[in-house]
Design a protein around this ligand. Sequence first.
Ligand code: PHE
Length: 344
Amino acid sequence: MQEKITQYTSEINTFQPKSVDELEAFRIRFLGTKGIIKDLFDEFKTVTPEEKRLLGKVLNEFKKLAEEKHQSFKEQFESGVQAGEAKQDLSLPGEGFETGSRHPLSLVRKEIIEIFKKLGFNVAEGPEIEDDWHNFSALNFPEEHPARDMQDTFFIKKDAENGDIALRTHTSSVQVRMMENGQPPFRAIMPGRVYRNEAISARAHCFFHQVEGLYVDENVSFADLKQTLFYFVQELYGEGTKVRFRPSYFPFTEPSAEMDVSCSICKGAGCQMCKHSGWVEILGCGMVDPNVLENCGIDSKKFTGYAFGMGIERITNLKYQIRDLRLFSENDVRFLKQFQSELI
Ligand code: PHE
C-alpha cells in the first residue's frame, strides 16, 4: 500500500491539466466515489493495527494532496488563467479596439447627397440589371448607337423579341423608371453602381459609381441647371470655384453640355490632375430631350426638365488626389484606413 501511495503521489505532483475536461478526469480518478482514494481507504480497513498506525497519516496526507491539487487548478480555470501561465496583470493597458473607416466613395456620395438635399432633391434608386428599354431605347439611343455594342455593355441575355437584358451602363436608366411611374414635378438624385465592358487599368474600370440628377416641372430652363450645378460646386469644392460648360452630345439631352470646374488642387495654375489645363471635367448634363419625356408618358409641351450625371470616382479622385481607380476595389486597409469619417 505504501508503494502505491508513493507512485500516485509522484503522478499527482507532475499532473498539469490542459483543459477543464482533463481536470475532471483527474477528479474522477482520484477523488470520485469509485476512485483511487476511496479504494485505498477501503484497503486501509483490512490492514493490521500496526500498519494502520504507520499508514493512517500517510493516507490522510495523500488525500489532502489530491484535493489541494484539484482545487488549485479548478480556481485557475475559473479565473481564465491556463496552467503554467503567469497570473493576469490587471494593471496592463487593455487591447486597442480597432474601428473601421468609411470607404472614400461612400464619404463622397454622402457629401453629394447632402448638398442636393438642401436644394430639395430626393434620393431614388433603380435596378443594376436593366432591360434595353430603360438603359437605351427610352433614352433616345438610336438602334445602331455604338454604346449598345458588346464592347461597352455587359449583356446578360440577348433577346430580340422582348429586349436585351444587360448590366446598366449608366444611372440614366433610373430617370426613365422614375418618370414612367409618376407625373412631374420630379426632383431627385439617383446614386448607384454602373458597369461597362472595359479593361481594368488605373484610368478605367468595369464598374464604377454615378449620381444622376433629374428635375422636371413646368418652365425648367438651362439657367436653372447652370445655377444648381454652380451651387453644387461651390458647396463641394469651396466658394470661388469656377465652372465652365462645353457643348456636348448625349442622345437623351438637347442641348447637352459637359461641365468643367477649375482645378481644386492647383487652383488653375496647372498640375498633373488637370493635365496642366487648370480645368477638370466632372459631369455631363443637358435639357431632357422631349422624345425622352414622351417615351415616359410625360407631356413635353407642358413640361421641361434638366438632367445631369457625374462619376463618384472622378470627384473622389480629385478630392483626395487618387490616381489609380483600382485602389477603390482592392480593399487594401492601408488605403482605406486613411479616410476617417466625420460623417458617422
Ligand atoms: N449618362 C451620362 C453618362 O453616363 C451622363 C449624363 C446624365 C449626361 C444625364 C447628361 C444627362 O455619361
